[in-house]
Ligand binder design. Sequence first.
Ligand code: C2O
Ligand code: CU
Ligand code: CU
Length: 510
Amino acid sequence: MDRRQFIVLGTAGSVAVFTGCGGSGGGGGVATPPTGTAPPPASPPVSNPPPSTPVSPLTSGQPLTDLVRLANTSATPNEFAATLVARRASKAMLPGTSTEFWTYDSRVPGPLIDVFEGDTVRIRLENQLSQETTVHWHGLPVPPAQDGNPMDPIAPGASRTYEFTLPVGSAGTYWYHPHPHELTAEQVFRGMAGLLIVRSPTDPVPTAIEEKLLVISDLRLAADGTIPANTPMDWQNGREGNYVLVNGQYQPVLSINPGQSQRWRILNATNARYLRLALTGHTMTLIGTDGGLLRSPVPGLDEILLAPAERVEIIVTASLSSQASAVLRSLPYNRGGMGMVGSSSATIPLLTLTYTSGSTVAVALPSALNPVADLGVPTKTKRLVFSSGMGMGGMGGGMMSFLIDGKSFDPARIDLTSRVNEVEQWTIESRSSMDHPFHLHGTQFQVVSRTRSGVTANEPYLAWRDTVNVAAFETVVFNVVQHHLGKRMYHCHILEHESQGMMGVLDVVA
Ligand code: C2O
Ligand code: CU
Ligand code: CU
């Protein structure tokens, strides 16, 4: 993102300057004072859907910008040190208006953290927001005390340093985002999320295959350019915006030579939008998931479903036909929910791939990518039940509640206990009419099977994941092991559900 597009407003603790803050009726304004819009008190469900039609289009068709890298301030080999500042920043999105985001380093998405296996990472977070925050290193095998748990908040005006060493074998596509108690959903939809790549010195994908990073996020803008608060409907279904952005840009353009292959790392950084990705006129080759590369490429995919918080690595090869362009789109996906969930019917263009007049000789992919080791035979089992419903505890009184094992999150309660280094098999059973992406902190798991309507499908290949979609009434089984002692979160990654308590605490003990 071009830094010049940003006008940074305010400094530590200052009251934000809003331009054109009209206070769209009923929305509670845009976080002034910024104590956040915690999950709403019990109130009757409201049936009007969130605004779904953009009032005016954002500028589209700009060349896709590269993510800005977070600079390493350490000169020591195998060490990465930096400071991230959580702060408000404004940017012109709709003509004649200014949109205030909550950001890392005044960027949306946050800066790219690009590190290597074996690196010791030391990142200081300076909280210039007016509410508490944390930084969670989504998917990374870091010790619990360094993982930005909601129990370890950084107060407004305070800072802390996170420190961890990335083990060999952890190469993959991760991300970072806030995780404060009840405030995660809002901090993310206002702009706080960034990509974190862990690289391996022995990456098997030929470097002649150019890498492109795509961070997909959601933005809802009111006509006055402000980002409105969540509606009661958002708290139920999870928030979807009226614009889907790639690297903070609206429908940007990426160029490719006919015959050329590119390696795309894609992050779904939205609060609740399911991305059913498809590229017109092309198939895609899946080479990696959340926690790294697969054993071998999976070619010929017409579509890839990327639930909130999931990442994939794919190879896209531009056809040699007379095509002039292709469009990366998100196809309709029905994820359940109350009323109209916009994405259940719409096809959304995300990015245009334009062909240059040159051509490139194809680069072959190796057939063996990564020796993903089978976690082996589990010696313990766990079963979790997702449920959602009216007045089933939690929020009570007419609001829908989102529960795991019938309970709403309590930071002081330990819900599950595991032994460190012991392989377990977890079964996640959904008794909910909505899809929920299940996420477990601190490790990568291997999905074994998925059961829908009594039919069990074994997972076709081994893959490292930290997030897996559990479709309505589906049961998902995976194997997992934790390597650090301490408390880990597990939760639904529809952030509105997480913020309302669809989360639990796993204590990993000796
Ligand atoms: Cu990406 Cu607990 O989160
Ligand atoms: Cu996480
Ligand atoms: Cu959920």
